[in-house]
Design a protein around this ligand. Structure first.
Ligand SMILES: NC(=O)c1ccc[n+]([C@@H]2O[C@H](COP(=O)([O-])OP(=O)(O)OC[C@H]3O[C@@H](n4cnc5c(N)ncnc54)[C@H](O)[C@@H]3O)[C@@H](O)[C@H]2O)c1
Length: 338
């Protein structure tokens, strides 16, 4: 039985990842480490959760406390790690001290614990998968520009600064032969159970609210022409699970961090808020979506606009919106109520 440790395991991506890993392989168990003991994103999968729950261990702890992280490795002897625990952009910006402690120091704790664990056991370096972000590039890149993997990163937020630091630290630990670090840079991830936080949540709610029963109108707080690079949770999981599974010799030694393309409209661009509305209305003609700009949220949403990779036909907007609707609410019998 393989044990996979997921830090941030009760969060949006962590919960969905846990279900993906458990459902694809009956010989996998997961250890979810999180400061939040709220398992509702998992229990909301109802019968699907019931079918796998015996292979889930939850450990409440704090990434900023090294002994918590060390004990985690000692007690659960993981075979690989997805390190997702973090304060996201808004949280880290509101409290930069805590942002640094959680996102930078907390990640170093995970790397150190992984290094010590492997060295004590005399084992091969353990895989540590990490989600970085398009926000790591910084705002000097022109909105809409295609950003390649090696573009210079000059982040302007504590969140972005931490992500770049962790990327470089992970590469360093890999060069030393201490861990097997692999990372992606995601655009904004959309999907049910994402939660209310974050300045870009309108992109999820515009799709989600009209499809509730009964349907709800939604007023987006950004201008219709606001573009945002987004990826659906299912494809985000494909990316990190695929990177986790990749044979070591299939990765270039010098390439440990990969940009992941988001959804594209037919003109190859990241979708505008109006594109999202049009895709929803194409599937549900009576959907009511309006726009009422909140200047503060508009500003921060625009600063999240980045395009990472060449457009890919499999990432067309309408197809992805359709998939999100068909997948349904995900956790819970109805869409979450936030
Ligand atoms: N959601 C996105 O759009 C997006 C985009 C790019 C990268 N990411 C990265 O993916 C990862 C997961 O993001 P998410 O969307 O699931 O966010 P989330 O907020 O839902 O999950 C993060 C989890 O980390 C936990 N956490 C925070 N501080 C902690 C601490 N000190 N100790 C232990 N646990 C702590 C939180 O309780 C939460 O459950 C993060 O690293 C995030 O930066 C997310």
């Amino acid at each position: 039985m393989a044990t996979i440790l997921i830090t941030g395991g009760t969060g949006f991506i962590g919960s969905n990842l846990a279900m993906r890993l458990l459902e694809r392989d009956k010989d996998t168990k997961v250890v979810l480490f999180d400061r939040s003991p709220d398992l509702s994103r998992l229990t909301g999968f109802d019968s699907r959760y019931e079918a796998v729950k015996d292979r889930i261990t939850f450990v409440q702890g704090d990434l900023t406390i090294l002994p918590h992280v060390l004990a985690l490795f000692d007690a659960h002897t993981p075979d690989s790690v997805f390190h997702l625990g973090a304060l996201l952009s808004a949280g880290a910006e509101t409290n930069p001290t805590m942002g640094f402690q959680t996102d930078t120091v907390g990640s170093w704790h995970v790397f150190e614990a992984a290094r010590l664990y492997c060295q004590h056991a005399g084992s091969d370096p353990i895989r540590v998968i990490f989600p970085s972000t398009i926000a790591s590039f910084g705002s000097f890149i022109a909105p809409g520009a295609l950003v390649n993997n090696e573009a210079i990163q000059m982040p302007t937020t504590m969140y972005g600064v931490s992500k770049v630091s962790v990327e470089r630290l992970g590469e360093y630990y890999t060069r030393k032969g201490w861990i097997d670090f692999r990372a992606v840079r995601f655009p904004s991830v959309i999907g049910a159970s994402r939660g209310p936080g974050g300045t870009t949540v309108y992109s999820t709610l515009m799709i989600q609210e009209p499809f509730r029963t009964p349907s709800r109108p939604y007023i987006a707080y950004v201008a219709p022409d606001t573009r945002l690079d987004i990826i659906y949770i299912s494809e985000a999981l494909d990316a990190i699970v695929g990177l986790h599974d990749a044979a070591g010799n299939s990765l270039k030694p010098e390439r440990r961090v990969y940009n992941i393309a988001g959804i594209r409209t037919d003109d190859g661009q990241a979708p505008t808020a109006l594109d999202i509305k049009n895709a929803v209305v194409a599937l549900k003609p009576d959907a009511v979506i309006d726009f009422q700009v909140d200047p503060v949220l508009q500003k921060t949403s625009v600063s999240n606009l980045w395009s990472c990779l060449e457009p890919d036909a499999s990432h067309r907007l309408l197809v992805r919106v359709q998939r999100m609707i068909l997948d349904g609410p995900g956790p819970g019998a109805s869409w979450p109520t936030w």
